[in-house]
Write a protein that binds this ligand. Structure first.
Ligand SMILES: Cc1ncc(C[n+]2csc(CCOP(=O)(O)OP(=O)(O)O)c2C)c(N)n1
Length: 629
């Protein structure tokens, strides 16, 4: 590995040296990720595949696209970034996903699944329009094939007949096991003895066809596919116009190199079916690839986490309470889009397996599927991370809200998520849900509110989104009982008052305490409902001189915007001065959440300082204890 500083160096190695390189890369990955955390299992599964791709093709002239992008670490290692691995996913360090601004070898940014074939096809079309000549290779997991966009792209590719190569990295897993019909189809291909026999016979006879340039080999491949088509059970990809090569052992370097070389000569859409083992080469990740899909720092020798187990996460609180409520109410069902563990719905599944559904990496479908259930007086609760929920915008609007169907959405990972970075932060959901008629949006700041909101949502008979953050809440004593549409006063309303929502309530509470030590009395209101707003409370707050709205959502379209809209319509003078403190108009990068919050001014000291400065500027130091409303 020491000798590999660019893809050119790689091409000088022989097969044995390449094999040795794969051993060293695995060691490197395990060693580094045990310290930084990251996507270990998915990367261990594509070591040979990535080496073979870089051996056969010439990146960046040839273009590699990584679906989701979490499996691009080896690609980063081989393209001159191995020395940056100690900074992986850290603030200002190497990103855990492909980034065009990080390297010319990263052709297309990703983080959400299902984009790689569409983007490859777009690049292919552009290549042909410009009369250029290079190869484009997309690596797509079998889990990602649960998403409709892959099929939209495959469908289009079959018609455009562009030369693209799709490598299907089939490890029979998404994050959890991949229980889908497409994975059943892939298993059939992998295990069908008739197919295997056919392959060897046909392969031998085709070996005799001389390879005279691209044209002949492309027509030979077409012919071979035709023969296969008539003799064997349907191969979906062939039906869609792809040349299907495989299944092959995705850890066998000579085979991978041979097949990639063959695909390179073809002027058609090609799909290479590579069978791999997720987590390969590290005992603990082979045994438990789900845990090692995305893992926090761990002890290499034991595979165990090196942090003490913390309090229950908000997702676990949600999943546990939903399971409890479903004991009484048999109409409650739970739906995930390939994230049973991440959303805490695995807890529900254990107890109510018959009422748990995993729709696969298909958020759009999951939402409309739930809408269908809701028409039949079933109460579907759909838990999706805020960032992936974005994908289902029209389904939420057209299929749920327009019909006012009682679907409850657990909008998980709302707010900044830390190391996964810009593709994963959940900071747009208030903005993209707030303008939908019939939608209700709740934003708990602690476990008690989260549970109460879930109970309330199940009674509302309307669309409801409950947004909660990654990790655990900081819980408070004496939480005021939840009342529909009502905010709670956490610190008596003063001339300057903060309106905060969600996890920011506790941050604001600390800021209020800090300011009070400095002699400033500031009020704090907890905006538990984003929609509907608490009109009564807002009218009361209109008598304040200054409101600071603190939220972990884009400022544009967030809670602060909603408050401004309210005052512009309900007060003569436009209401109090309002300062909006939320996520600014930019994509926030990766790193520890605390550092990212600091960058955008949403930490206790930053909030306190901003209020203090404003107070000084306003020269209203006199509010101290005298200006109570
Ligand atoms: C649209 C979307 N939904 C959910 C996720 C979360 N997610 C990240 S990786 C992954 C599983 C990927 O499985 P697969 O494509 O088979 O790749 P593997 O990790 O097995 O190599 C999931 C569900 C995502 N990134 N994008």
């Amino acid at each position: 590995m020491d000798r590999i500083n660019s893809t050119e160096d790689l091409k000088k190695l022989n097969i044995d040296e390449l094999k040795q390189l794969s051993v060293e890369i695995r060691e490197f990955l395990i060693d580094n990720i045990s310290k930084t955390g990251g996507h270990l299992a998915s990367n261990l599964g594509v070591v040979e595949l990535t080496i073979a791709m870089h051996y056969v093709f010439d990146s960046p002239n040839d273009k590699f696209l990584w679906d989701v992008g979490h499996q691009s670490y080896i690609h980063k290692i081989l393209t001159g970034r191995k020395d940056e691995f100690p900074t992986l996913r850290q603030y200002g360090g190497l990103a855990g996903f492909p980034k065009r601004n990080e390297s010319e070898h990263d052709i297309f940014n990703a983080g959400h699944s299902g984009t790689a074939i569409s983007a490859a096809l777009g690049i292919a079309k552009a290549r042909d329009i410009k009369g250029e000549d290079f190869s484009i290779i997309s690596v797509v997991g079998d889990g990602a094939l649960g998403g409709g966009m892959c099929y939209e792209a495959i469908n289009h590719a079959g018609i455009l007949e562009e030369k693209i190569i799709v490598v299907l990295n089939d490890n029979n897993m998404a994050i959890s096991s991949n229980a889908s019909a497409i994975s059943g189809h892939l298993t059939k291909l992998r295990t069908n003895p008739q197919y295997k026999r056919f392959k060897t016979v046909v392969q031998k006879s085709f070996m005799r066809i001389p390879k005279v340039g691209k044209v002949l080999s492309t027509s030979a491949e077409r012919l071979k596919n035709r023969v296969k088509y008539f003799m064997l059970p349907n191969v979906l990809f062939e039906e869609m116009g792809f040349v299907y090569l495989g299944p092959i052992n995705g850890h066998d370097l000579p085979t991978l190199i041979k097949i990639l070389n063959r695909a390179k000569t073809l002027d058609l859409p090609v799909l290479i079916h590579a069978v791999t083992k997720k987590g390969k080469g590290y005992m603990h990740s082979e045994k438990d690839p789900e845990r090692f899909h995305g893992v926090s720092p761990f002890i290499r020798e034991t595979g165990k986490g090196n942090k003490k187990a913390s309090a229950m996460s908000a997702s676990e609180v949600f999943g546990t309470h939903l399971a409890e409520l479903a004991r009484e109410d048999k109409s409650i069902c739970a739906i995930t889009a390939a994230m049973p563990k991440g959303t805490g719905l695995d807890i529900f599944k254990k107890e109510h397996e018959d009422r748990f559904m995993d729709a696969g990496m298909a958020e759009e479908h999951a939402v409309t599927f739930a809408a269908g259930m809701a028409t039949q007086n079933i109460k579907p609760v759909v838990c999706i991370y805020s960032t992936f929920f974005q994908r289902a915008y029209d389904q939420i609007l057209h299929d749920v809200c327009m019909q006012n169907l009682p679907v409850i959405f657990g909008v998980d990972r709302a707010g900044l998520v830390g190391e996964d970075g810009e593709t994963h932060h959940g900071v747009f959901d208030i903005s993209y849900l707030r303008h939908m008629p019939n939608m209700h949006i709740m934003s708990p700041s602690c476990d008690t509110e989260l549970k109460d909101m879930l109970e309330l949502a199940l009674k509302l008979n309307a669309p409801v989104a409950i947004r909660y953050p990654r990790g655990s809440f900081v819980n408070r004593e004496n939480v005021e009982p939840l009342r529909f549409g009502k905010w709670s006063v956490e610190k008596k309303i003063k001339d300057i008052t903060i309106v905060a929502t969600g996890r920011m309530v506790n941050v604001a509470l600390e800021a209020v305490r800090l300011l009070s030590v400095k002699g400033f009395d500031v009020g704090l209101v907890n905006a538990r409902f984003i929609k509907p707003l608490d009109d009564e409370m807002l009218l009361k707050l209109s008598r304040c001189s200054y409101l600071f709205v603190v939220e972990e959502n884009a400022i544009e379209g967030g809670l602060g915007s909603a408050i401004l809209e309210f005052y512009s319509q309900n007060t003569v003078d436009g209401g109090p001065c309002i300062e909006l403190m939320g996520v600014p108009d930019k994509f926030v990068g990766h790193g520890a959440t605390s550092l990212l919050l600091d960058e955008i001014g949403l930490t206790v000291p930053k909030i306190a300082t901003r209020i203090e400065e404003k107070a000084k500027a306003l020269n209203t130091l006199l509010w101290r204890n005298v200006n109570e409303k």
